[in-house]
Every structure is written in structure tokens, then in C-alpha cells.
Design a protein around this ligand. Structure first.
Ligand SMILES: O=P(O)(O)O[C@H]1O[C@H](CO)[C@@H](O)[C@H]1O
Ligand SMILES: O=c1cc[nH]c(=O)[nH]1
Length: 231
């Protein structure tokens, strides 16, 4: 148990999918996992463990943004022995080449503070990234790959971090956690991958309606689970 998680040692599988929305975690467990069991309810950060294609897999909601994400991932890795963390998130498109509702696999991600300072980007685990592309082909799930920025703000006050700096580094998608995930994977020693559904376009202002809130993640969740099952 931790201050934020009532699960017992052994309650989480080696591989955990981490959506931001705890209700997305519940939806993934309900739709895709067999024999799913809720292992955490503290603060509504729902965590579930079940089986997908015979493989034990967990899914756990992390909330939005860096501080919340860091607490949950730190505890999953340090206190529950989790070895593979797959963000199963949503992101915004910074290019017209990324259509809404499709799946994006991050090949790198930089924090917005490092974008401003010219700092380095982090990367997913190479084996997990290659496995994701391989599984996408096998499952006939269309995916896009590209560079991401992870921002501490959702409502950007100026166009500098929203458009100008990302464009200068060929960044095509934005979320709030992937860069943090990649940094944590180096410091805590686990394998990381980030797969996101494109839910809005910062260029056109188009956004998927809330009525599609969970169904939007079918392809992204299927791909994340296929990777988990293949490990
Ligand atoms: O849908 P999730 O996985 O939470 O991801 C995105 O959605 C939230 C903002 O709406 C941020 O957490 C961002 O990273
Ligand atoms: O973090 C996010 C996610 C989707 N769309 C955005 O603009 N930001």
C-alpha cells in the first residue's frame, strides 16, 4: 500500500497500461480484460488487473499532467514491481496529417520547458516501440508515428509553445505526460511506450465529442494490449 494506492504487493501485472482518465481504465478493463479485478480506488485513480489473451495485464488511471502521473508511475514501479508502462492516452494534432480518432505512437517526446530551453527529448523503449509497429501491422490497426511535446498547460497563452517551437523541431502531436514517462523510465529503470488517440486538432479546432469519450480509444487500447500480450 502507498499513500495513493490500496493495492497489495503482487496486485499489479508486470505490464500496466496507464490512461489519464480513470474511467478509461475502467472501460478498458470492462471491454477487453477477462477476470478483471479492481485493485485500487483511492482518489478515484482506478486500477484493474485481469487477463488479455491469457497474459496478466493491469490498467491504471493516472489523472492529468506531470505531478499526478509521476506519483502513480513511481509507485507502480518502485512499490509494485511494474516493469513495462504503456501510456494509453489522448493527444492533440499539430499537423493536418494526423486525423482525429486515429492512433499515434510517440517516437520521442520533449517537455515544453526543454522545448523552450533547447533541451533533449526522451525516447520509448526501442523493443516496445518496434513491437507496437509490428503488432499494428499484424492486427491491421492503422498508426501514425512522430515526435511529441508534453506540456504542463492545456490552454497555451501564446502560440510560441503551441505552434512555433514544436514546428521548429518537427513535432506533430501534443499531450501532457509522454515526455515525463520517458524521463522516468530512465531514472526508475522500466520500459516505456506511449500510444495515444488523436482527439483534437490545435490547427483546425476540431475535437471529438465527449459522447465518444471511451469508444475513441478502442484501437489505441487494442494496440497497447497486443503489445502487453506479446511481451
Ligand atoms: O486523455 P489523457 O490520457 O488524460 O491525455 C490527455 O488528456 C488530458 C488533457 O485533456 C491530459 O492528461 C493529456 O495528456
Ligand atoms: O494534452 C493534450 C491532449 C489533447 N489535446 C491537447 O491540446 N492537449
Amino acid at each position: 500500500m502507498t499513500p495513493h494506492n490500496e493495492a497489495l504487493p503482487g496486485d499489479y501485472a508486470e505490464t500496466v497500461l496507464v490512461p489519464g482518465d480513470p474511467l478509461r481504465a475502467q472501460w478498458i478493463a470492462d471491454i477487453f480484460l477477462e477476470r478483471a479485478r479492481c485493485v485500487n480506488r483511492v482518489r478515484g485513480a482506478l486500477g484493474f488487473t485481469g487477463f488479455y489473451r491469457g497474459k496478466r495485464v493491469s490498467v491504471h488511471g493516472t489523472g492529468m499532467g506531470r505531478p499526478s502521473f509521476t506519483i502513480y508511475v513511481h509507485e507502480l514501479v518502485r512499490f509494485y514491481g511494474v516493469r513495462n508502462v504503456i501510456r494509453t492516452g489522448s493527444c492533440g494534432a499539430l499537423t493536418l496529417d494526423l486525423p482525429l480518432r486515429e492512433t499515434f505512437v510517440a517516437e520521442s517526446a520533449v517537455m515544453d520547458t526543454d522545448l523552450i530551453a533547447g533541451g533533449p527529448a526522451g525516447h520509448p523503449d526501442k523493443q516496445l516501440f518496434d513491437l507496437a509497429l509490428d503488432q499494428a501491422r499484424r492486427e491491421a490497426l492503422p498508426v501514425h508515428t512522430g515526435h511529441m511535446v508534453s506540456s504542463d498547460v492545456f490552454y497555451h497563452p501564446t502560440s510560441e509553445t503551441r505552434f512555433d517551437l514544436p514546428r521548429a523541431r518537427s513535432i506533430t502531436a501534443v499531450d501532457m505526460e509522454t515526455a515525463n514517462l520517458f524521463t522516468l523510465s530512465s531514472s526508475l529503470g522500466f520500459r516505456a511506450l506511449s500510444i495515444c488517440t488523436i482527439v483534437d486538432s490545435l490547427l483546425t479546432g476540431e475535437e471529438a465529442p465527449l459522447s465518444e469519450r471511451h469508444e475513441l480509444f478502442r484501437g489505441t487500447a487494442q494496440l497497447a494490449l497486443a503489445v502487453a500480450a506479446a511481451l
